[in-house]
Design a protein around this ligand. Structure first.
Ligand SMILES: Nc1ncnc2c1ncn2[C@@H]1O[C@H](COP(=O)(O)OP(=O)(O)OP(=O)(O)O)[C@@H](O)[C@H]1O
Ligand SMILES: [Mg+2]
Length: 584
């Protein structure tokens, strides 16, 4: 439990020390006020049951004298004033409690946003090769669903334990002062009930939490698979299959979540039964002890009042401990991802030591080899080549020979195991990678289109208001897309194209990807099978337009079709990760 507390406190630290301290102070103040509010009931009831006390007790008497100065006459009026004072105190403590719970809720929800954003930042900052081992549905699930769970079942309970723990502590002290034996015996009984239940359910709760975690992962994956492959799902008639898989996991999650929640609530019902009997026996005990009801009344009312506040507090303490157990799996996983995947700080000072990359001369691959993690043979072996500025080069080779891998090394997505990538003599590394990539326009083999307007897809990743529509149109014209947009799309560049371009043909999607690469006005333009879906007439037209940019652009092309590469200055033939020969 202490470990989990540490983990949760380190999560809370993300929100900043100041806010956490404000919250802590609020919680402690709330506890003190609560205790005072409850304590104040005792003298009030004492006076009520025995008005002579006003004269016997020196504090009550000095209060009486004080109010006498303002024209107070009878002891009845004094009791009335005392009643009002108690009421005001209780109201203040309730208002304070409402305020504290408001601050608590806001703290937790803001923390959820902070942690989820940080987790997203951690994931998206990982090197390209990190994603090979990851399932995107798992990452989405962690950011959306697991962070929410650890806030609800990890962070909130810990804050709650602080809050309710302090209140409980205050009230228990009060009860011990009022009647030590009684307090200790009631405390003992309650303690034993809760401790036994907690010990019994602790292990099962962790297991239940883990099952929820596993099924939640499976549920997200099934949805992701089915919804991103609707064409296959329909043709292969897999609809029922996917529905059943989803429903199976979702049902289990409902079951485990319910089990977790019920285990947390269970002792409350046992307690409610015990409570009634307990109240009766406490009253009887106090009566026999003090001999008459009047003397017993102050302590009885204290207990009634304390019980009204204490029992929910104890129940909530227990529930919080149970919830933390339930969240164990998610908590451990998210904590690891938060701390071990922190993006490296790119040191700005070191930046200035680098010459700015302009790319005016050449790209050099010097004896580069690369092996994908977890594979036996290298996908790229001892490749050395030179790509002069404003040249046009092509890679051809059978499928799986390593062409895309070479491109990924040139763009810096993959860093080579041995050998170096140099641009104008500068080695490309962590510090100048972003700068290098800013010069690159890239049309990947697998295109991703977003479910936004055509213009947003061409100016990919930019907010609507930052899109330069003239540049969009210019890029579209070069990609031979403009006529299609004007003549066939209902809203022109503002037409929504559907998720991953479902409303477009393969060739149209490819041309959007080409326009997207051109929008950035790159110095290096890379086409990885970028024209494979175009008919040869359109392909020729696109390539002619691209060739017209040759004054400023270096072109790197991959194609299975030798005809596509006909304008290249040099064609490299790739086989088994090696460059065999070049046709210049
Ligand atoms: N993420 C990866 N993890 C492990 N192996 C990979 C990974 N990506 C590619 N490979 C392997 O590396 C080799 C080269 O792949 P690459 O994608 O570079 O081929 P390619 O020449 O572009 O093929 P294609 O013409 O089919 O696109 C292949 O054998 C492939 O199986
Ligand atoms: Mg490829």
């Amino acid at each position: 439990m202490i470990n989990k507390f540490k983990l949760i406190l380190s999560l809370i630290a993300w929100q900043g020390r100041k806010k956490a301290i404000v919250l802590l102070i609020m919680i402690i103040l709330m506890a003190i006020l609560d205790t005072i509010g409850i304590a104040s009931i005792m003298p009030f009831v004492a006076v009520l049951s025995n008005p002579d006390m006003i004269y016997d007790n020196k504090y009550l008497f000095s209060g009486y004298i004080f109010f006498n100065n303002f024209g107070l006459v009878s002891s009845k009026q004094y009791i009335f004033i005392l009643g009002i004072l108690v009421f005001i105190l209780v109201i203040i403590s309730i208002i304070f409690r409402a305020l504290a719970s408001f601050i608590q809720t806001r703290f937790s929800l803001t923390l959820e946003h902070t942690i989820a954003t940080q987790l997203f930042r951690n994931y998206i900052s990982q090197p390209f090769s990190w994603f090979f081992k990851k399932n995107s549905a798992d990452l989405t699930k962690n950011i959306i669903s697991e962070v929410n769970l650890i806030i609800l079942y990890g962070v909130t309970p810990v804050i709650n334990i602080f809050a309710q723990g302090t209140v409980t502590f205050g009230i228990v002290i009060l009860l011990v002062i009022a009647d030590t034996n009684l307090a200790l015996s009631i405390g003992g009984i309650l303690g034993i009930i809760y401790a036994t239940t907690y010990i019994l359910i602790g292990g099962p709760l962790i297991r239940i939490g883990k099952q929820r975690f596993i099924n939640n992962e499976a549920r997200f994956r099934v949805l992701n698979e089915a919804l991103s492959a609707t064409r296959e799902v329909k043709i292969f008639n897999l609809k029922e299959n996917f529905i059943n898989r989803y429903s199976g996991h979702a049902k289990l999650i409902a079951k485990y979540q319910a089990l977790g929640d019920i285990t947390g609530l269970a002792p409350r019902f046992v307690l409610e039964a015990l409570l009634f009997g307990g109240m009766l026996s406490t009253v009887l005990y106090l009566m026999t002890k003090s001999g008459n009801l009047v003397d017993a009344l102050p302590v009885i009312s204290l207990y009634a009042f304390a019980g009204y506040r204490l029992l929910p507090a104890i129940q909530s303490l227990y529930l919080s401990f149970a919830q933390i157990k339930f969240s164990t799996s998610s908590l451990e996983m998210i904590s690891v991802d938060l701390s071990s995947l922190l993006p490296k700080n790119s040191n700005l000072l070191e930046f200035s030591n680098h010459k700015i990359i302009k790319f005016r001369n050449e790209i050099i691959l010097d004896d580069i080899s690369f092996k994908y993690p977890g594979t036996k043979i290298s996908s790229v072996k001892n490749i050395s080549l030179k790509i002069p500025f404003r040249s046009s080069i092509g890679f051809k080779g059978v499928t799986g020979s390593g062409k895309t891998t070479i491109i990924d090394i040139i763009t810096g997505l993959l860093s080579p195991d041995t050998g170096t990538l140099k641009v104008d003599g500068q080695v490309i590394d962590d510090k100048n990678l972003v700068e290098w990539q800013n010069l690159i326009g890239y049309v990947p083999q697998q295109i991703y289109l977003s479910d936004t307007s055509l213009a947003s897809n061409i100016a990919f990743g930019l907010e609507e208001k930052n899109i330069d529509l003239n540049a969009v149109e210019k890029a579209a014209r070069l990609a031979k897309l403009h006529n299609f947009v004007i003549n066939e799309l209902p809203d022109g560049y503002m037409t929504l194209i559907g998720e991953n371009g479902t409303r477009l043909s393969g060739g149209q999607r490819q041309r959007i990807a080409i326009a997207r690469a051109l929008y950035r006005q790159p110095k290096v333009l890379i086409f990885d099978e970028a024209t494979s879906s175009l008919d040869s007439e359109t392909e020729n037209a696109v390539m002619e337009a691209v060739q017209s940019l040759r004054k400023s652009i270096t072109l790197i092309q991959i194609s299975h079709r030798i005809s596509t590469l006909k304008e290249c200055d040099t064609i490299y033939s790739v086989e088994n990760g090696k460059i065999l020969f070049n046709d210049s």
